[in-house]
Design a protein around this ligand. Structure first.
Ligand code: UDP
Length: 487
């Protein structure tokens, strides 16, 4: 178990100074006064399984900074595991909660699951005091609650960031496997009402995930910084950008032979200011990268075959690049599937002809360096014409909210979380089936060729985020739960 230090960042006054957030902050301060007073003297312990990558690691630092500024004591612990079998199992649990995999869990699985959590217990017990409040995130540390409660008198909350709308045999079976641990929790938090398993409905709150508008990933970026980052990513070859070689070697871009290298030293791509569409996610099959790439290729081929080379529509589609970004697998320890998914993508890329290769950039981002990673994601999203999240399943796609905050139109699948975040034809397009290459390619082409709608949808998206999905709305709900469960 490791205690994670949180670096300084934006303060409440910085948010107030950001025009459209001013009243949001005042409302937050007013609504949370009583709850904050009621947990005085207690420490909130957040426990998850990774300090980098993924939604939990993304949001915790900002939430912790704001709460600390208001005098709340809050700490972050990450469980450690050396056994590959543990992360294999937790990945299978993760997939099963999303309804995929065979849903089979054995007693041997349970042994690994509990043994790893037990190894992390001693440190947790040294730190946590009676009366504190513990929050366990996602399935990986789930067995800890029973172990902690044997020794400490603390309320424990389970925060589940994933879920599936409908019950299936696979989801039933994984909830059965986990049911041994749920009894020890005092309260549950899910992202959407539809994700709550029947057995947990009575003690549950709903908190949709949110973004920090002033984090490195979301704050306004200076133009020169953006260009420098895009240059480094092989998205532009504006030679001015070479001045900003601070970003050199941070991103690796796919090369025609399927290897990855610093893009502008090894390939001359002639890519000055081409429009592009972006999906940034973990290399997970459920993120629908391969389907997106196929749809993009289909759009390009259809355009060449049927488009009128003199038309604006033809030129727009011809110019457009696809950017797919995800973590350099070298830095992600809890995602054994990632390497395989990336290999499938790079193999498909290698098969393409050179023209098509030049239209697609697969980028490996430096997740080991959270600040630089965040700035790169920020620049890529800001410079995109469209943000795509083509997930087969998605509990709640933070990337969609990040895109909307940046006034970008979204193209998403009808995965439950995304359907809740994006309003069809108001903040983007919902393409019902992420594996339907034909309809996805049409949706892409439609959005590329309707810039006015894109602008309008982007504007609507930003307002929607301010009203519903910032860390302030989220913290109001968290504090209500803390006040409710405290002993
Ligand atoms: N992300 C990132 N770098 C990457 C891939 C993803 O910073 O290479 C971020 C992304 O911007 C988002 C988070 O990781 O903030 C992923 O959250 P999301 O809810 O989209 O998916 P999850 O990983 O939680 O399934």
């Amino acid at each position: 178990m490791q205690k994670i230090q949180v670096k300084p960042g934006a303060k409440l006054n910085d948010y107030k100074a950001y025009g459209s957030l001013y009243s949001l902050v005042l409302n937050f301060l007013e609504q949370t006064k009583d709850a904050i007073a009621s947990i005085e003297g207690k420490t909130i312990w957040m426990i998850n399984s990774t300090a980098i990558g993924g939604g939990v690691a993304e949001m915790l630092p900002s939430q912790m900074r704001i709460l600390r500024e208001l005098g709340v004591s809050i700490e972050w612990l990450v469980i450690e595991a050396k056994e590959d079998a543990f992360f294999d199992l937790t990945k299978r649990i993760h997939n099963a909660i999303h309804g995929s995999g065979d849903g089979k869990f054995t007693e041997a699985d349970r042994e690994v699951y509990e043994a790893v959590n037990k190894q992390n217990l001693t440190k947790a017990l040294e730190l946590i005091n009676d009366g504190d409040i513990v929050v366990v995130h996602d399935p990986q540390p789930m067995p800890l609650a029973a172990m902690i409660k044997k020794i400490k008198k603390v309320p424990i909350i389970w925060r589940c960031h994933i879920g599936l709308e409908e019950d299936t045999e696979v989801t039933d079976s994984v909830w059965k496997f986990l049911s041994l641990y749920t009894d020890d929790y005092d309260h549950f938090i899910f992202s959407l009402p539809a994700y709550v398993p029947k057995s947990l409905k009575s003690k549950t709150s709903i908190i949709p995930p949110a973004i920090d508008p002033l984090s490195h990933k979301n704050r306004a970026l200076q133009l020169h910084k953006s260009i420098g980052i895009l240059y480094q990513s092989g998205i532009t070859d504006d030679h001015e950008a070479i001045l900003y070689h601070r970003y050199n070697h941070l991103v690796r871009r796919i090369l025609p032979d399927g290897s990855f290298g610093p893009p502008n030293q090894t390939s001359k791509l002639n890519l000055i200011y081409r429009p592009f569409v972006t999906e940034i996610s973990r290399w997970d099959r459920l993120k629908g990268f391969k389907e997106l790439m196929d749809a993009f290729i289909k759009m390009k081929k259809d355009n060449l075959k049927h488009g009128d080379p003199e038309s604006l529509e033809y030129k727009r589609i011809k110019m457009t690049l696809l950017v797919m970004g995800g973590p350099d697998p070298a830095f992600v320890s809890d995602d054994p599937e990632g390497q395989e998914v990336l290999r499938e993508l790079t193999e498909a890329y290698q098969e393409l002809d050179r023209d098509m290769q030049n239209d697609i950039a697969i980028l490996l981002l430096p997740l080991d360096n959270p600040k630089e990673n965040a700035l790169i994601v920020n620049a890529l999203q800001r410079a995109s014409s469209i943000i795509v999240q083509n997930s087969i399943q998605e509990g709640f796609g933070l990337t969609a909210t990040e895109g909307m905050w940046k006034r970008k139109p979204l193209l998403v699948s009808a995965a439950a979380g995304l359907k809740f975040q994006v309003e069809h034809r108001k903040t983007g397009l919902i393409n019902e089936d992420p594996t339907d290459i034909e309809s996805l390619s049409k949706a892409l082409a439609y959005m590329l060729n309707h810039p006015k709608e894109r602008d309008k949808w982007g504007f609507n998206g930003q307002s929607r985020v301010i009203q519903n999905f910032t860390l302030f709305s989220q913290l109001i709900s968290w504090l209500e739960v803390f006040a409710k469960v405290k002993e």
